[in-house]
Design a binder for this molecule. Structure first.
Ligand SMILES: [Fe+2]
Length: 319
């Protein structure tokens, strides 16, 4: 029997009472999705889940994105459905690779996972394996309540506006040395700044550190105004009344719905403290039975080597 305890009045809940290491019944899966639809973020303490349990449980919610294989790069984790969100290298040691460190800095800006893909991510499921004693929490922001509380004038203004999202834009914000021309030449994805969150029928902002420009029915808005608008919306949605943080222990899992929230990693001493976090990522609009075996565009996009960008940046920075 699932027990759901709210974390804030409108957003986030701690869940207990379900053993996630065993196969759930369809009714139990519905209980989880109902909790997600209402609360956007669910926190599950001390799950006891293995990597295999993590992937199996995640499949209840749709097609899982896969990490692209790189011929010359070993992968630390046993399943391609597990994204490595750690500060460790393939051997399991704390990385001192400046490219990897710079790449992870982008995760500490407010974002939604995979906003730069044309098919977005619905749920991200992050399981903690090893965590630092201090810091390394994850912050979440409620983009439905943030939308609800906007003035009617702002809601009217946002109708028909579309955000242009790029992975490399967020990395540039985090310090990567990449020009706007280079970003422009790389894949981008457009998503409305406001959309209806299917599971709840509520409207939500869809914004992220990846959101670079505003297009659509822009009514004379120029690029600078568009960028200022994105900044204003992110600042609005991350005010104290819309956010909370989760501190982790090994075994804890958090599920977040990217289509009604933003998140960011908290700071910690990543040069001396291990933080081993592994994430599965569910593709928007897919059903549990859609367990295709082929590669998908996500792999293709990443095979275009964002790490090369960061390695160049690290070199340019003289590291
Ligand atoms: Fe993320």
């Amino acid at each position: 029997m699932l027990t759901v305890t709210p974390i804030t009045p409108r957003f986030g809940a701690t869940c207990s009472g379900l053993d996630l290491t065993r196969k759930l019944t369809p009714a139990e899966v519905c209980e989880v999705t109902d909790a997600m639809d209402q609360w956007g973020i669910t926190v599950w303490r001390n799950t006891g889940m293995s990597d295999a349990d993590h992937v199996e449980f995640s499949r209840n919610f749709g097609f899982l994105e896969r990490v692209p294989l790189r011929e010359d790069t070993p992968y630390r984790l046993p399943f391609r459905e597990l994204f490595d969100a750690s500060n460790l290298n393939a051997q399991g040691d704390i990385t001192n690779d400046p490219a990897a460190i710079l790449y992870r800095k982008g995760d500490r800006l407010w974002h939604t996972d995979s906003a730069f893909m044309s098919l977005r991510t619905s749920y991200s499921l992050l399981l903690a394996h090893d965590v630092p004693r201090e810091g390394g929490e994850t912050w979440f922001a409620d983009t439905r309540s943030a939308y609800d509380d906007l003035s009617q004038a702002m809601k009217d203004k946002l109708e028909g506006l579309i955000g242009v999202n790029s992975l490399w834009w967020s990395r540039k914000q985090a310090g990567a040395d990449i020009s706007e021309e280079e970003i422009d030449a790389r894949p981008k994805a457009e998503h409305p700044l406001v959309h209806v969150h299917k599971g709840s029928g509520r409207k939500a902002l869809f914004i992220a550190a990846h959101t670079m420009d505003v297009t659509g029915d822009i009514k004379g808005m120029d690029q600078a105004e568009g960028r200022a608008l994105i900044r204003e919306l992110i600042e609005h949605a991350t005010q104290p009344q819309y956010i909370f943080s989760v501190s982790w222990n090994a075994g804890d899992m958090v599920i977040w719905d990217n289509l009604c929230s933003m998140h960011k990693g908290g700071e910690y001493d990543y040069t001396t403290r291990r933080r081993d976090m592994r994430r599965t990522t569910v593709r928007e609009g897919t059903e549990p039975h859609q367990l295709e075996t082929g590669d998908d565009p996500y792999g293709e996009l990443f095979a275009m080597a964002p790490r090369v960008v960061d390695i160049n940046a690290a070199r340019a920075a003289g590291q």
